[in-house]
Design a protein around this ligand. Structure first.
Ligand code: SF4
Length: 404
Protein backbone atom coordinates (compact mmCIF):
# COMPACT_ATOMS: atom_id res chain seq x y z
CA UNK A 1 0.00 0.00 0.00
CA UNK A 2 1.34 3.41 -0.90
CA UNK A 3 1.03 6.45 1.40
CA UNK A 4 2.14 9.17 -1.01
CA UNK A 5 1.35 12.84 -0.61
CA UNK A 6 -2.02 12.38 -2.32
CA UNK A 7 -3.02 9.60 0.05
CA UNK A 8 -3.73 11.70 3.11
CA UNK A 9 -7.20 10.21 3.43
CA UNK A 10 -5.69 6.70 3.56
CA UNK A 11 -3.34 7.75 6.34
CA UNK A 12 -6.18 9.39 8.20
CA UNK A 13 -8.21 6.21 7.97
CA UNK A 14 -5.33 4.11 9.22
CA UNK A 15 -4.82 6.48 12.14
CA UNK A 16 -8.56 6.51 12.76
CA UNK A 17 -8.84 2.69 12.84
CA UNK A 18 -5.97 2.48 15.30
CA UNK A 19 -7.38 5.30 17.44
CA UNK A 20 -10.83 3.71 17.37
CA UNK A 21 -9.48 0.43 18.73
CA UNK A 22 -7.52 2.16 21.47
CA UNK A 23 -10.49 4.33 22.40
CA UNK A 24 -12.89 1.42 22.64
CA UNK A 25 -10.41 -0.47 24.74
CA UNK A 26 -9.97 2.29 27.23
CA UNK A 27 -13.57 3.52 26.80
CA UNK A 28 -12.77 7.16 25.97
CA UNK A 29 -15.97 7.51 24.02
CA UNK A 30 -16.09 11.31 24.17
CA UNK A 31 -12.62 11.70 22.70
CA UNK A 32 -13.59 9.26 19.97
CA UNK A 33 -16.71 11.28 19.17
CA UNK A 34 -14.72 14.51 18.86
CA UNK A 35 -12.15 12.76 16.66
CA UNK A 36 -14.86 11.30 14.42
CA UNK A 37 -16.52 14.71 13.97
CA UNK A 38 -13.25 16.44 13.13
CA UNK A 39 -12.27 13.68 10.77
CA UNK A 40 -15.54 13.74 8.92
CA UNK A 41 -16.30 17.46 8.66
CA UNK A 42 -15.66 18.91 5.20
CA UNK A 43 -13.05 21.66 5.43
CA UNK A 44 -14.34 25.12 4.60
CA UNK A 45 -13.30 28.72 4.89
CA UNK A 46 -14.82 30.63 7.83
CA UNK A 47 -17.40 33.34 7.37
CA UNK A 48 -18.44 35.68 10.17
CA UNK A 49 -22.10 36.59 10.64
CA UNK A 50 -22.03 39.06 13.52
CA UNK A 51 -20.83 37.11 16.56
CA UNK A 52 -21.40 33.70 14.92
CA UNK A 53 -18.68 32.18 12.77
CA UNK A 54 -19.79 29.71 10.11
CA UNK A 55 -17.37 27.10 8.81
CA UNK A 56 -15.81 23.75 9.56
CA UNK A 57 -13.72 25.09 12.45
CA UNK A 58 -16.88 26.14 14.27
CA UNK A 59 -20.02 24.44 15.57
CA UNK A 60 -22.88 23.99 13.11
CA UNK A 61 -25.25 26.86 13.88
CA UNK A 62 -29.05 26.97 13.96
CA UNK A 63 -30.96 29.47 11.85
CA UNK A 64 -34.60 30.31 11.45
CA UNK A 65 -36.65 32.94 9.67
CA UNK A 66 -39.36 35.20 11.01
CA UNK A 67 -42.80 34.88 9.45
CA UNK A 68 -44.20 38.16 10.76
CA UNK A 69 -44.69 41.23 8.60
CA UNK A 70 -41.21 42.81 8.73
CA UNK A 71 -42.83 46.24 8.75
CA UNK A 72 -44.53 45.31 12.01
CA UNK A 73 -41.83 46.17 14.52
CA UNK A 74 -43.57 44.86 17.64
CA UNK A 75 -44.58 41.48 16.19
CA UNK A 76 -41.19 40.90 14.60
CA UNK A 77 -39.17 41.80 17.70
CA UNK A 78 -41.45 39.57 19.75
CA UNK A 79 -40.85 36.66 17.42
CA UNK A 80 -37.09 37.18 17.21
CA UNK A 81 -36.84 37.28 21.00
CA UNK A 82 -38.91 34.09 21.32
CA UNK A 83 -36.74 32.30 18.77
CA UNK A 84 -33.57 33.54 20.42
CA UNK A 85 -34.77 32.20 23.77
CA UNK A 86 -35.54 28.85 22.13
CA UNK A 87 -31.97 28.52 20.84
CA UNK A 88 -31.96 30.25 17.46
CA UNK A 89 -28.44 31.51 16.73
CA UNK A 90 -28.98 33.48 13.51
CA UNK A 91 -32.26 34.98 12.38
CA UNK A 92 -33.24 35.79 8.80
CA UNK A 93 -35.82 38.42 8.02
CA UNK A 94 -37.63 38.95 4.74
CA UNK A 95 -36.96 42.46 3.45
CA UNK A 96 -39.54 43.14 0.77
CA UNK A 97 -39.81 46.92 1.34
CA UNK A 98 -37.69 49.94 2.22
CA UNK A 99 -39.47 50.26 5.58
CA UNK A 100 -38.61 46.64 6.41
CA UNK A 101 -34.97 47.35 5.53
CA UNK A 102 -34.96 50.44 7.76
CA UNK A 103 -36.58 48.50 10.62
CA UNK A 104 -33.48 46.30 10.84
CA UNK A 105 -31.82 49.00 12.92
CA UNK A 106 -34.57 48.62 15.55
CA UNK A 107 -34.47 44.82 15.40
CA UNK A 108 -30.73 44.89 16.05
CA UNK A 109 -31.23 47.08 19.12
CA UNK A 110 -33.75 44.61 20.51
CA UNK A 111 -32.05 41.25 20.05
CA UNK A 112 -28.61 39.82 20.51
CA UNK A 113 -28.40 37.27 17.68
CA UNK A 114 -27.13 38.23 14.21
CA UNK A 115 -29.71 39.29 11.64
CA UNK A 116 -29.63 38.36 7.96
CA UNK A 117 -31.67 40.28 5.41
CA UNK A 118 -33.39 38.14 2.79
CA UNK A 119 -33.54 40.10 -0.44
CA UNK A 120 -35.30 39.33 -3.70
CA UNK A 121 -35.57 41.39 -6.89
CA UNK A 122 -34.38 44.79 -5.66
CA UNK A 123 -30.67 45.26 -4.98
CA UNK A 124 -31.42 48.69 -3.47
CA UNK A 125 -33.13 46.93 -0.56
CA UNK A 126 -29.87 45.10 0.09
CA UNK A 127 -28.05 48.43 0.18
CA UNK A 128 -30.62 49.86 2.59
CA UNK A 129 -30.37 46.79 4.86
CA UNK A 130 -26.58 47.11 4.89
CA UNK A 131 -26.95 50.78 5.84
CA UNK A 132 -29.21 49.70 8.71
CA UNK A 133 -26.37 47.57 10.08
CA UNK A 134 -27.51 44.07 9.08
CA UNK A 135 -25.05 41.21 9.80
CA UNK A 136 -25.46 39.38 6.50
CA UNK A 137 -27.32 39.37 3.21
CA UNK A 138 -29.02 36.50 1.47
CA UNK A 139 -29.59 37.16 -2.17
CA UNK A 140 -30.94 35.00 -4.89
CA UNK A 141 -28.73 36.21 -7.70
CA UNK A 142 -31.15 34.65 -10.17
CA UNK A 143 -33.59 37.41 -9.47
CA UNK A 144 -31.45 40.33 -8.32
CA UNK A 145 -30.96 41.66 -11.85
CA UNK A 146 -27.84 42.48 -13.81
CA UNK A 147 -24.22 41.70 -12.96
CA UNK A 148 -23.83 45.38 -12.22
CA UNK A 149 -26.44 45.08 -9.43
CA UNK A 150 -24.57 42.14 -7.91
CA UNK A 151 -21.35 44.14 -8.10
CA UNK A 152 -22.91 47.09 -6.24
CA UNK A 153 -24.22 44.79 -3.47
CA UNK A 154 -20.86 42.96 -3.24
CA UNK A 155 -18.97 46.22 -2.84
CA UNK A 156 -21.34 47.51 -0.17
CA UNK A 157 -21.21 44.21 1.75
CA UNK A 158 -17.41 44.16 1.45
CA UNK A 159 -17.15 47.67 2.88
CA UNK A 160 -19.48 46.74 5.74
CA UNK A 161 -17.53 43.52 6.38
CA UNK A 162 -20.57 41.27 6.16
CA UNK A 163 -21.08 38.01 4.25
CA UNK A 164 -23.42 37.16 1.42
CA UNK A 165 -25.25 33.90 1.08
CA UNK A 166 -25.91 32.72 -2.44
CA UNK A 167 -29.28 31.04 -2.14
CA UNK A 168 -29.76 28.85 -5.20
CA UNK A 169 -33.22 27.38 -5.34
CA UNK A 170 -34.88 25.12 -7.93
CA UNK A 171 -37.99 27.31 -7.78
CA UNK A 172 -36.10 30.38 -8.98
CA UNK A 173 -33.30 29.07 -11.18
CA UNK A 174 -32.29 31.58 -13.85
CA UNK A 175 -33.76 30.49 -17.19
CA UNK A 176 -30.33 29.74 -18.63
CA UNK A 177 -29.90 26.91 -16.08
CA UNK A 178 -33.28 25.27 -16.65
CA UNK A 179 -32.53 21.71 -17.76
CA UNK A 180 -33.44 21.44 -21.43
CA UNK A 181 -34.24 17.71 -21.35
CA UNK A 182 -36.08 17.61 -18.05
CA UNK A 183 -39.15 15.90 -19.55
CA UNK A 184 -37.14 13.08 -21.10
CA UNK A 185 -38.17 10.10 -18.96
CA UNK A 186 -34.89 8.33 -19.72
CA UNK A 187 -33.00 10.99 -17.81
CA UNK A 188 -32.85 11.23 -14.04
CA UNK A 189 -34.58 14.51 -13.17
CA UNK A 190 -32.99 14.80 -9.73
CA UNK A 191 -29.57 14.56 -11.33
CA UNK A 192 -30.43 17.27 -13.85
CA UNK A 193 -31.79 19.70 -11.30
CA UNK A 194 -28.97 19.04 -8.84
CA UNK A 195 -26.47 19.84 -11.56
CA UNK A 196 -28.44 22.97 -12.53
CA UNK A 197 -28.37 24.17 -8.91
CA UNK A 198 -24.63 23.58 -8.72
CA UNK A 199 -23.92 25.35 -12.01
CA UNK A 200 -26.07 28.32 -11.05
CA UNK A 201 -24.47 28.65 -7.59
CA UNK A 202 -20.95 28.21 -9.03
CA UNK A 203 -21.53 30.99 -11.52
CA UNK A 204 -22.79 33.34 -8.81
CA UNK A 205 -19.84 32.57 -6.54
CA UNK A 206 -17.43 33.22 -9.40
CA UNK A 207 -19.22 36.47 -10.08
CA UNK A 208 -18.84 37.63 -6.48
CA UNK A 209 -15.20 36.56 -6.48
CA UNK A 210 -14.67 38.51 -9.70
CA UNK A 211 -15.75 41.55 -7.70
CA UNK A 212 -13.17 40.58 -5.04
CA UNK A 213 -15.82 39.38 -2.60
CA UNK A 214 -14.85 36.27 -0.61
CA UNK A 215 -17.16 36.04 2.41
CA UNK A 216 -19.57 33.73 0.68
CA UNK A 217 -21.73 30.91 1.94
CA UNK A 218 -24.02 28.90 -0.23
CA UNK A 219 -27.28 26.99 -0.14
CA UNK A 220 -28.62 24.74 -2.91
CA UNK A 221 -32.20 23.95 -2.10
CA UNK A 222 -34.88 21.90 -3.78
CA UNK A 223 -38.17 20.86 -2.26
CA UNK A 224 -37.34 17.20 -2.80
CA UNK A 225 -34.74 15.56 -0.63
CA UNK A 226 -32.87 13.58 -3.28
CA UNK A 227 -32.17 16.60 -5.51
CA UNK A 228 -31.13 18.64 -2.48
CA UNK A 229 -28.70 16.01 -1.20
CA UNK A 230 -27.20 15.42 -4.65
CA UNK A 231 -26.69 19.16 -5.21
CA UNK A 232 -24.94 19.70 -1.86
CA UNK A 233 -22.73 16.65 -2.37
CA UNK A 234 -21.65 17.82 -5.83
CA UNK A 235 -21.03 21.38 -4.71
CA UNK A 236 -19.16 20.29 -1.59
CA UNK A 237 -16.56 18.56 -3.75
CA UNK A 238 -15.91 21.64 -5.86
CA UNK A 239 -15.43 24.47 -3.35
CA UNK A 240 -14.54 25.37 0.22
CA UNK A 241 -17.49 27.70 0.78
CA UNK A 242 -19.40 27.04 4.01
CA UNK A 243 -22.78 25.48 3.33
CA UNK A 244 -26.15 26.51 4.68
CA UNK A 245 -28.27 23.35 4.65
CA UNK A 246 -32.00 23.15 4.15
CA UNK A 247 -34.75 21.45 2.21
CA UNK A 248 -36.88 24.26 0.86
CA UNK A 249 -40.67 24.37 1.18
CA UNK A 250 -40.44 21.13 3.14
CA UNK A 251 -44.10 21.22 4.17
CA UNK A 252 -46.00 21.11 7.42
CA UNK A 253 -44.56 19.76 10.66
CA UNK A 254 -44.50 15.99 10.11
CA UNK A 255 -43.50 16.13 6.45
CA UNK A 256 -40.78 18.67 7.11
CA UNK A 257 -39.42 16.71 10.05
CA UNK A 258 -39.02 13.65 7.86
CA UNK A 259 -37.60 15.52 4.86
CA UNK A 260 -35.23 17.64 6.94
CA UNK A 261 -34.04 14.74 9.08
CA UNK A 262 -33.16 12.76 5.98
CA UNK A 263 -31.81 15.68 3.95
CA UNK A 264 -30.05 17.85 6.51
CA UNK A 265 -29.29 15.00 8.90
CA UNK A 266 -27.94 12.78 6.15
CA UNK A 267 -25.60 15.46 4.82
CA UNK A 268 -24.39 16.29 8.32
CA UNK A 269 -23.47 12.66 8.94
CA UNK A 270 -21.34 12.87 5.78
CA UNK A 271 -19.57 15.92 7.21
CA UNK A 272 -21.31 18.37 4.87
CA UNK A 273 -22.98 21.47 6.29
CA UNK A 274 -22.04 24.38 8.52
CA UNK A 275 -25.33 26.05 9.41
CA UNK A 276 -28.86 24.69 9.12
CA UNK A 277 -32.41 25.89 8.73
CA UNK A 278 -35.32 23.48 9.04
CA UNK A 279 -38.13 24.91 6.95
CA UNK A 280 -41.60 24.25 8.39
CA UNK A 281 -44.96 25.58 7.29
CA UNK A 282 -45.95 26.52 10.82
CA UNK A 283 -44.48 27.98 13.97
CA UNK A 284 -40.75 28.86 13.55
CA UNK A 285 -40.22 27.73 17.15
CA UNK A 286 -40.68 24.17 15.86
CA UNK A 287 -37.84 24.82 13.40
CA UNK A 288 -35.47 25.50 16.28
CA UNK A 289 -36.58 22.41 18.19
CA UNK A 290 -36.17 20.25 15.09
CA UNK A 291 -32.78 21.76 14.20
CA UNK A 292 -31.55 21.10 17.76
CA UNK A 293 -32.71 17.50 17.54
CA UNK A 294 -31.01 17.00 14.18
CA UNK A 295 -27.73 18.38 15.51
CA UNK A 296 -27.94 16.24 18.64
CA UNK A 297 -28.76 13.09 16.73
CA UNK A 298 -25.94 13.59 14.22
CA UNK A 299 -23.42 14.07 17.02
CA UNK A 300 -22.90 17.80 16.39
CA UNK A 301 -24.31 18.76 19.78
CA UNK A 302 -24.31 16.85 23.00
CA UNK A 303 -27.87 16.20 24.05
CA UNK A 304 -28.15 17.35 27.64
CA UNK A 305 -29.86 15.48 29.01
CA UNK A 306 -30.46 12.64 26.59
CA UNK A 307 -34.07 11.53 27.00
CA UNK A 308 -35.02 7.98 26.23
CA UNK A 309 -38.56 6.70 26.35
CA UNK A 310 -39.91 3.26 25.60
CA UNK A 311 -42.11 2.65 22.54
CA UNK A 312 -44.91 1.28 24.78
CA UNK A 313 -46.43 -2.17 24.43
CA UNK A 314 -49.21 -4.33 25.90
CA UNK A 315 -47.61 -3.99 29.36
CA UNK A 316 -47.78 -0.19 29.38
CA UNK A 317 -49.44 0.73 32.64
CA UNK A 318 -49.83 4.51 32.25
CA UNK A 319 -50.52 7.27 29.74
CA UNK A 320 -46.88 7.36 28.68
CA UNK A 321 -47.25 10.14 26.11
CA UNK A 322 -48.57 12.55 28.72
CA UNK A 323 -45.92 11.42 31.20
CA UNK A 324 -43.11 11.91 28.64
CA UNK A 325 -44.46 15.37 27.75
CA UNK A 326 -44.58 16.37 31.43
CA UNK A 327 -40.99 15.22 31.98
CA UNK A 328 -39.80 16.96 28.81
CA UNK A 329 -41.48 20.17 29.96
CA UNK A 330 -39.78 19.98 33.38
CA UNK A 331 -36.43 19.68 31.63
CA UNK A 332 -37.19 22.50 29.17
CA UNK A 333 -38.34 24.76 32.03
CA UNK A 334 -35.03 24.25 33.81
CA UNK A 335 -33.07 24.82 30.58
CA UNK A 336 -35.01 28.00 29.83
CA UNK A 337 -33.62 29.44 33.10
CA UNK A 338 -30.18 29.18 31.49
CA UNK A 339 -29.19 26.10 33.50
CA UNK A 340 -27.30 23.21 31.91
CA UNK A 341 -27.45 19.56 32.71
CA UNK A 342 -24.48 17.29 33.14
CA UNK A 343 -24.08 14.66 30.43
CA UNK A 344 -26.82 12.36 31.67
CA UNK A 345 -29.56 10.05 30.50
CA UNK A 346 -33.19 10.36 31.59
CA UNK A 347 -35.61 7.51 31.00
CA UNK A 348 -39.40 7.58 30.79
CA UNK A 349 -40.73 4.02 30.73
CA UNK A 350 -44.16 2.50 30.37
CA UNK A 351 -44.06 -0.18 33.06
CA UNK A 352 -42.29 -0.72 36.34
CA UNK A 353 -41.68 -4.43 35.71
CA UNK A 354 -39.29 -4.11 32.78
CA UNK A 355 -38.80 -0.33 32.54
CA UNK A 356 -36.04 0.21 35.14
CA UNK A 357 -34.19 -2.86 33.85
CA UNK A 358 -34.51 -1.86 30.20
CA UNK A 359 -33.23 1.61 31.06
CA UNK A 360 -30.63 0.66 33.63
CA UNK A 361 -28.05 2.89 31.93
CA UNK A 362 -30.21 5.92 32.68
CA UNK A 363 -29.01 8.18 35.48
CA UNK A 364 -32.59 8.91 36.42
CA UNK A 365 -35.87 7.45 35.30
CA UNK A 366 -39.56 7.20 35.94
CA UNK A 367 -41.76 4.23 35.09
CA UNK A 368 -45.51 3.76 35.30
CA UNK A 369 -46.94 1.08 37.56
CA UNK A 370 -50.64 0.42 38.20
CA UNK A 371 -51.89 3.61 39.87
CA UNK A 372 -48.37 4.74 40.82
CA UNK A 373 -45.01 5.63 39.41
CA UNK A 374 -41.60 4.25 40.25
CA UNK A 375 -38.64 6.63 40.26
CA UNK A 376 -35.34 4.89 39.68
CA UNK A 377 -31.64 5.67 39.46
CA UNK A 378 -29.33 3.49 37.35
CA UNK A 379 -32.03 0.81 37.24
CA UNK A 380 -32.63 0.76 41.02
CA UNK A 381 -36.02 2.01 42.32
CA UNK A 382 -35.74 4.79 44.90
CA UNK A 383 -39.45 5.33 45.52
CA UNK A 384 -42.94 4.46 44.30
CA UNK A 385 -45.73 7.00 44.71
CA UNK A 386 -48.90 8.29 43.13
CA UNK A 387 -48.33 10.66 40.19
CA UNK A 388 -47.92 14.04 41.87
CA UNK A 389 -45.52 12.85 44.57
CA UNK A 390 -43.52 10.70 42.14
CA UNK A 391 -43.03 13.64 39.76
CA UNK A 392 -42.01 15.78 42.74
CA UNK A 393 -39.34 13.22 43.72
CA UNK A 394 -38.27 12.98 40.08
CA UNK A 395 -37.95 16.77 39.96
CA UNK A 396 -35.82 16.85 43.13
CA UNK A 397 -33.49 14.25 41.65
CA UNK A 398 -33.44 16.08 38.31
CA UNK A 399 -32.17 19.25 40.00
CA UNK A 400 -29.18 17.25 41.28
CA UNK A 401 -28.14 16.67 37.65
CA UNK A 402 -27.74 20.38 36.91
CA UNK A 403 -24.19 21.51 36.20
CA UNK A 404 -22.74 23.70 38.94
S1 SF4 B 1 -40.70 -0.60 29.36
FE1 SF4 B 1 -42.47 -1.90 29.74
S2 SF4 B 1 -44.12 -0.85 28.66
FE2 SF4 B 1 -42.22 -0.02 27.83
S3 SF4 B 1 -41.83 -1.29 26.06
FE3 SF4 B 1 -40.67 -2.17 27.75
S4 SF4 B 1 -42.05 -3.75 28.55
FE4 SF4 B 1 -43.32 -2.41 27.26
Amino acid sequence: MSYGSNNKVGLHKLAFNFFEKVCYKIKIKNILTVYIMEFRRRKTRSVKVGKVVIGSEHPVSIQSMTNTDSENIFATINQIQGLEKAGCEIIRIAVPTKKAAENIKIFIENCSIPIIADIHYDYKLALCAIKSGVDGIRINPGNIGSEENVKIVAEAAGEAGIPIRIGANTGSLPRVYHPKNKDDVRINRTELFAEALVQSAMYQCELLEKFCFKDIKVSLKASDVVTTVKAYRKFALKTDFPLHLGVTEAGTLTQSLVKSSIGIGGLLTEGIGDTIRVSITGNPLDEIKAAGQILENTGHRKARPEIISCPTCGRTAVDLITLAEKIEKKIEDIKSLGKRFTACKIAVMGCAVNGPGEAKEADLGIAGAKGRYVVFKKGTPIGAYEEEKAIELFHTELLKLIEI
